[in-house]
Design a protein around this ligand. Sequence first.
Ligand SMILES: C[S@@+](CC[C@H](N)C(=O)[O-])C[C@H]1O[C@@H](n2cnc3c(N)ncnc32)[C@H](O)[C@@H]1O
Length: 269
Amino acid sequence: MKNTKYVHGYSDREASRLNDQAKTLDNIIHDDTIFERNSIVLEAGCGVGAQTKIIATKNPESKFVSVDLSEESILEAKKNIKSLGIENVEFRQADIYSLPFEDETFDSVIICFVLEHLHNPIQALRELKRVLKKDGIMMCIEGDHGSTFFFPDSEFAHRAINCQVQLQKQSGGNSHIGRELYPLLNSVGFYNISISPRVVYVDASRPQLVEGFIKNTFTAMIEGVGEKAIEQGIIDNSTFEQGITDLYRTAESDGVFSYTFFKGFGTKM
Ligand SMILES: C[S@@+](CC[C@H](N)C(=O)[O-])C[C@H]1O[C@@H](n2cnc3c(N)ncnc32)[C@H](O)[C@@H]1O
């Protein structure tokens, strides 16, 4: 099944962006993605397996069931994981809103960069909670585009970023969802909730993040929505182009870029 509403689409470029993003952010967002030995973990919205390969390798004693709505992504994810020789993951095509699992099947559930795309994150979290065992841990990781600031600052760049925000809103998502993780987990009835901001701060002294985050993750993501945004009249071509140029400008030797992800843990009563 192809979810045509998913704002980033399913191109090869997007698959490679997701892989770059995961590799770059590994230490920042997955330093504590550690599950108890012998856990059965559901990864909801695994995409092409970009996070899967990191979390499955970090937790060799756990078994992962990784699901996504897109059959195409699942096929790609299977190929990726197999080529890496990772054997503790089983993939399934499934809809987060209606999971093909019994109540209380999993010891933990992880969802990464997915709630921001869903029209009803509360309903999704309820369904994820249903399949979680009592005392099981829910782990959510999301970005928040409102947390983006950079030097040199540029109105054009902010307007280009706003295209992503608008398009995501149009397809029912919320690119500012990171700041809502606490209220979301709370409203679904998780307890022991703990949220931590994960700041990605980049300047020229961190060349890996200049390439991996400013260029290949963030700016590539904004660039990817340009055509659609221009087509829909959200922005004109030259403003968008200038915005992208100015975002790349922050990757130069005097540039600075900062973005905050949020990671939330909650326990099921
Ligand atoms: C930004 S990608 C993130 C993929 C992966 N978690 C990562 O970080 O690389 C969002 C994924 O959520 C999936 N998705 C969106 N709605 C879904 C739904 N209702 N059920 C399952 N997966 C869904 C999309 O197909 C897409 O693969």
